[in-house]
Write a protein that binds this ligand. Structure first.
Ligand code: FES
Length: 169
């Protein structure tokens, strides 16, 4: 039996992974953030289509959902690359040269903070403390294979790491 959308009743719902969350929270006041977090966890970002789908399920206008999604830094409205580089800019990393590491990453990949490479392999995000300050400067790379943390970075080391990841992709 094919899955049916909770909002329109159509089968072949492209957001079927989100249905359990919508069934649970769509009519619970104050649950929009929870729904958006789950949607982003599943799809990687909040597309216009998913925002409209959530709107239908919750009865909240798309403009309001979009407003919430743009207000909170945790939400992304663009797809991210296969590897999300979270480059720490916390105090310990900053003191140990995170700025220099960012320059090397940006130069090597040809992108800036918040951008994705054209080949879709990398997205770069500057983040606050990753909780492993003794390894400063640090970056974490999130991918389908899991999270990997790289510490004591230098310009050369970060370039080598990125080259290796690109080769594997
Ligand atoms: S400041 Fe970078 S890991 Fe804590």
């Amino acid at each position: 039996m094919s899955e049916k959308c909770c909002c329109c009743g159509n089968s072949g719902n492209q957001f079927k992974e989100l249905e359990p969350t919508l069934e649970k929270y769509a009519r619970v006041p104050g649950s929009l953030i929870t729904i958006l977090q789950k949607a982003q966890e599943i799809y990687g970002y909040l597309s216009i289509d998913v925002i409209h789908h959530i709107s239908k399920a919750t009865g909240i206008k798309p403009a309001k959902i979009y407003g919430v999604a743009t207000f909170y830094a945790q939400f992304r409205l663009q797809p991210i690359g296969k590897n999300l580089i979270m480059l720490c800019q916390g105090t310990a990393c900053h003191v140990n040269g995170s700025q220099m590491i960012e320059e090397a990453v940006c130069e090597y990949l040809g992108i800036s903070d918040g951008e994705t490479t054209e080949d879709g392999i990398f997205t770069l995000n500057n983040v606050a403390c990753l909780g492993c300050c003794s390894l400063a400067p640090v970056m974490m790379v999130q991918s389908a294979d899991g999270d990997e943390t790289y510490g004591n970075l230098t310009k050369d080391k970060v370039r080598e790491i990125l080259a290796e990841i690109r080769e594997r992709a």
